[in-house]
Design a protein around this ligand. Structure first.
Ligand SMILES: [Zn+2]
Length: 466
């Protein structure tokens, strides 16, 4: 940002009576170390002066408010107000009943200041914090070391859509209790379906070699963190026998190619799992605003049998939602596909497919070097003609920048440098704004405009599984 200050050649005084002397027109290069002389003559950066001019002698200012439940697209306070006036929502909509955090960020202050923020409306609370100098908004958002800059975070549960708009009233006070800023924001929530997972233990013969899933609860917790729903539940195991021997001898042909017999077994098992979803399931799902998925878990015998599958493809090769997904129970998968640090994430990925979520299809990966972060080199393969992923990397990001997620269980930010979209093959994994908004639609939350404009325009390639 360049230009000249509006106070050229005029002396300026701050609230402490210090004079800011301008010899001539001063280049206004925020963020660059252009020094000017301040009386008494010490040197400060233009960014610091700009800040003091902006706040006009008052204490800190709230410069942005982020309401997030897993992921959000950063906005300035002014942009958030525009969004709320236009749609009642930030770019990533708020889901009713899912734990939310309202994060308050401040313009960087030139010296340490104690401020108090009070919130009323959707929640009533008050917090006091000592703002430290040189804490930018990104520093406050990330909490990153070594600065460890704080943000003021208020936790609440958004009310149901039927309750209408909900208000957030914020007041900012200085250390003397003087109110220096007041903001009123009106949000609305979206209701989405609950997610019910029926785990199915797939056996190679009656009662033999059946899949188990000690990591299933971890999958549930991860999904409850990242998906736009206020409920993820896992039912009790039911058995399903899928005889492997009958698939070994006949040729296995998929997409006019002869492939390893195991892929036909997986395809057949996936279809059989899908048939477990009955009309009664559909009726109850509709009545209860629920989405049910049958998650098959099989026991892998060899490294070649580490496989997951979810979703379904239409004749044009587009992935579409499926009532089922399938995954190996074996942690040996870490050897075969080391980017999958935890098979629980793989199961979440397959459930993502069953909701119609696609791979990122980006060819530019952060290589997996044996330990996170990174992406498995084959992990973001094209699925269908359009990936809905317009970014050059798999990192968690929006159109303008990397985005910090929020873990509502640990109350910690999610670092987008370390974390990648969970529909790629990466460790560590989180969900991006695009996939989150797509999941809102898949879970009955209605359309999200930003999704429609997110197509990559990639050329069609052969579909791939897992
Ligand atoms: Zn996949």
């Amino acid at each position: 940002m360049t230009g000249t200050t509006s106070a050229d050649k005029e002396p300026i005084f701050d609230s402490a009576g210090n004079e800011y002397s301008y010899a001539t027109s001063i280049p206004f290069n925020v963020g660059i170390q252009d020094n000017i002389c301040v009386s008494p003559c010490s040197y400060v950066t233009m960014a610091q002066v700009s800040n003091q001019l902006t706040i006009n002698g008052q204490t800190a200012t709230i410069s942005s408010v982020e309401v997030t439940q897993a992921i959000q697209q950063y906005q300035t306070l002014a942009d958030l107000k525009t969004s709320l006036q236009t749609t009642g929502e930030p770019p990533v909509p708020i889901i009713s009943g899912k734990p939310a955090v309202m994060r308050i960020y401040f313009a960087s202050v030139p010296s340490a200041q104690t401020v108090t923020v009070r919130v009323s409306g959707v929640t009533n609370d008050s917090k006091t914090v000592d703002l430290q100098p040189n804490c930018s908004e990104p520093d406050q958002r990330s909490h990153a070391a070594p600065k460890n800059c704080p943000s003021i975070d208020f936790y609440f549960n958004p009310p149901p859509d039927a309750a209408g708009a909900w208000a957030v009233n914020l007041t900012l006070s200085d250390v003397n209790g003087n109110e220096v800023q007041r903001e009123s924001l009106n949000f609305k929530s979206r209701d989405t379906n609950q997610l019910l997972i029926h785990p199915v233990s797939v056996c190679s013969a009656s009662g033999e070699d059946c899949g188990r899933a000690p990591w299933l609860n971890e999958t549930k917790v991860f999904l409850s963190k990242i998906l736009p729903t206020n409920s993820v539940t896992v039912g009790s195991f039911t058995p399903l026998t899928m005889d492997r021997d009958s698939f070994i001898t006949p040729p296995c042909i998929i997409d006019n190619q002869t492939v390893y017999w195991f892929y036909c077994w997986v395809d057949s098992t996936q279809k059989t799992l899908g048939a477990l979803y009955t009309h009664e399931d559909a009726s109850i799902d509709s009545h209860l605003h629920r989405s049910s998925k049958y998650l098959g878990i099989y026991h892998a015998l060899t490294l070649d049998e580490q496989q997951g599958d979810g979703g379904d493809f239409d004749p044009a090769g587009n992935l579409r939602p499926s009532p089922s997904a399938i995954i190996s129970d074996s942690l040996i998968a870490q050897v075969f596909r080391p980017a999958f640090e935890n098979v629980a994430y793989s199961a979440a990925h397959e459930i993502g497919h069953s909701l119609g979520l696609l791979h990122t299809s980006t060819d530019q990966l952060t290589p997996y070097g044996g330990s996170p972060p990174g992406c498995w080199p084959y992990g973001s393969r094209q699925q269908g003609p359009v990936s809905h992923w317009p970014y050059p990397t798999n990192n968690i990001q929006s159109g303008s920048q990397f985005e910090y997620g929020w873990d509502w269980v640990t109350h910690r930010p999610i670092d987008p440098v370390l974390n990648n979209e969970f529909m790629a093959y990466c460790a560590y994994s989180w969900i991006s704004p695009i996939r989150y908004n797509e999941a809102i639609q898949a879970l009955g939350g209605g359309s999200v405009p930003s999704v429609a404009s997110a197509s990559s325009g990639a050329k069609p390639r052969a579909r791939t599984r897992s």
